[in-house]
Design a protein around this ligand. Structure first.
Ligand code: HEM
Length: 559
């Protein structure tokens, strides 16, 4: 037993135990023991031999070599998927299959690979089949991946109604206000509150951004009741629910573990909470509806005329909370970390704020409008660049529901044949790989927001194919969107499952960063933290503390 209590044996100790056991056992038991000890070795040998001698089916994409059956490449993928994909690409090309705890996952890399997966046909690939076991216990029944695809498309359309220009205009001030209150009251900003511009303090970037993100999302999209509940039981329920939204839950839908029980209990309580508040609004007992999503959803009906049920609204609200929280909070965190790592970026952002919103008195700013916030080139480029290097979702999956041929232009075994991904496999696209592909991007891993200013540079071209207002549009049932399936820049996915939260995310992250930059100078010591891929969303590893210093003396509450 190792000092830390874990079951780690040294090789010497292990062979000592085996030798002692052998000496004391009768010969038949000795043979059994030797057999047992060697079982893993035998399995590995058989598995390796099988991979080497088994004639390869020409129509199947190559399988990544692995020592252990069932486990396959799970460890390498889980520890660093991007590096794993890049190494596999060198060996097998853009299309290959790896084993993920018994599942066969065919990866399709590059813009053509993204097009294959994200632009896949409904009859061949299903997101519901890939995700429902993870999402339904958390979001709840009758929404998102618990319903047929055409119903999800309708539900996305309902949500888009709530993500309106009118609401966005109202949100900017609310977000500024929440961030300002947070800086003025949270213990992480004690040094800031001391009103001393020479003193440096520090905060845990990811923890702080997670808190600010949930506060601002609930103040805006989720509604006042949720915002008020955040200080009470809602926060605990959210944490328990979140504990059921991990890679383990994706791999093993049902385990007899406390976290699974807590997830189920929290889901029920949260669902009841939303239903209760919807009823109060209906009966007029609560008139908290401002510009929030619940108010918008309460007015929607399906194509067949049926209104959304209270439970459906409740579960859509939970889905939005979960979909937006980690993605936006990690993006905000990475953005802030880069600003702290490169003080000149912080200064460019600050200058942009002064030029656009300064009142002429040092440190005093007027509030931003949504239109003004959207038109800030430096802020926009900084967020885009953070999303390029750190897209929160590194793997987008679909389950293959009928055999699907791989287009020869993407990968083919020979001139006259094609690969086929069989029914039952998963397909995986990783825009994260294309977004840092050195064959596409200059200094691909370098944070350089100015690449977004180069007219007709790679970044602009990638963005055009992703989000060009005048480019090719498709309507999957939730309004026309840019096709974007073949762009090397896809932080919000593409195709029918493309994110509908993109504009809200830019608004939320933009308003948070602008408010912080107006008040604080930021610095990072020890360089950028590494990626942690053990969480559902790519987060920074510890340490990820940011040092800060107040820019101005207290200006009597001005923002
Ligand atoms: C889908 C990323 C914020 C709601 C997606 C997908 C990606 C993504 C990559 C596609 C998933 C797939 O194809 O399987 C992001 C990023 C965000 C963000 C990077 C922030 C920086 C949000 C927010 C909301 C939201 C704030 C809600 C307000 C959704 C919804 C879907 C989605 C409803 C559609 C799922 C589907 O059709 O299958 N997001 N998201 N996201 N996201 Fe986001």
């Amino acid at each position: 037993m190792a000092a830390n209590g874990s079951l780690i044996f040294s090789a010497d100790a292990w062979s000592g135990y085996v030798q002692q056991a052998q000496e004391h056992l009768p010969s038949s038991s000795r043979l059994l023991l030797i057999g047992l000890i060697n079982i893993p070795t035998i399995i590995v040998l058989l598995n390796v031999t099988w991979q080497l001698i088994k004639p390869r089916e020409r129509s199947l994409p190559p399988v990544v070599f692995h020592w252990f059956p069932f486990i396959g490449s799970s460890i390498s993928y889980g520890n660093d998927p991007i590096n794993f994909f890049l190494k596999c690409r060198e060996k097998y090309g853009d299309v290959f299959t790896f084993i993920l705890f018994g599942r066969r996952v065919t990866v399709a890399l590059g813009p053509k690979g993204s097009n294959f997966v994200l632009g896949g046909k409904l009859a061949q690939m299903s997101a519901e089949e890939a995700y429902t076991h993870l999402t339904t216990p958390v979001f709840g029944k009758d929404v998102v991946y618990d319903v047929p695809n055409e119903v999800l498309m309708e539900q996305k359309k309902f949500v888009k109604v709530g993500l309106s220009l009118e609401n966005f205009r109202a949100y900017v001030g609310m977000i500024e206000n929440e961030v300002t209150t947070f800086l003025n009251t949270d213990s992480a900003f004690r040094t800031f509150q001391m009103d001393d511009i020479n003193e440096w303090g520090s905060f845990h970037s990811f923890r702080v951004l997670a808190e600010i993100t949930i506060l601002t999302a609930s103040r805006t999209l989720q509604g006042k009741e949720v915002r008020n509940g955040l200080d009470k039981t809602f926060a605990q329920r959210y944490n328990d629910l979140d504990g059921g939204f991990t890679p383990i839950n994706f791999l093993f839908p049902n385990l007899p573990l406390e976290s699974y029980r807590k997830r189920d209990k929290a889901h029920q309580a949260m669902s009841d909470f939303y239903v209760d508040l919807i009823r109060k609004r209906k009966t007029g007992e609560s008139n908290e509806a401002e510009h929030d999503m619940i108010a918008a959803l309460m007015q929607q009906s399906y194509k067949n005329g049926r209104e959304l049920s209270e439970r459906e609204i409740a579960h859509i609200m939970i889905a939005l909370l979960m979909a937006g929280q980690h993605t936006s909070s990690t993006t905000g965190t990475w953005t802030l970390l880069h600003i702290a790592d490169k003080p000149e970026v912080g200064e460019a952002l600050y200058k942009e704020q002064v030029e656009n919103f300064g009142t002429g008195i040092e440190g005093e700013f007027r509030p931003m409008t949504y239109e003004e916030l959207k038109a800030l080139p430096v802020l926009d480029a900084v967020i885009r660049e953070a999303l390029r290097i750190h897209p929160p979702i590194h793997s987008i999956m679909r389950k293959v529901i009928s055999d699907v041929p791989v287009p020869p232009s993407l990968s083919a075994p020979s001139k006259d044949s094609t690969f086929v991904v069989p029914k039952g496999y998963f397909v995986l696209s990783s825009p994260a790989v294309s977004q840092v592909d050195p064959r596409v991007w200059r200094d691909s891993l370098e944070f350089d927001h100015t690449r977004w200013f180069e007219d007709d540079g790679v970044a602009q071209q990638a963005y055009k194919t992703y989000a060009d207002e005048n480019g090719e549009k498709v309507d999957y049932g939730f309004g026309a969107i840019s096709k974007g399936t073949e762009s090397p820049y896809q932080p919000f996915g593409a195709g029918r499952h493309r994110c509908i939260g993109e504009q809200f995310a830019y608004l939320q992250i933009g308003a948070i960063i602008a408010t912080i930059v107006r008040k604080l100078e930021l610095r990072l010591e020890g360089g950028m933290p590494a990626h942690n891929y053990h969480t559902m969303i790519t987060t920074p590893k510890d340490p990820c503390d940011i040092r800060y210093r107040r820019r101005h003396f207290d200006l009597n509450g001005s923002t």
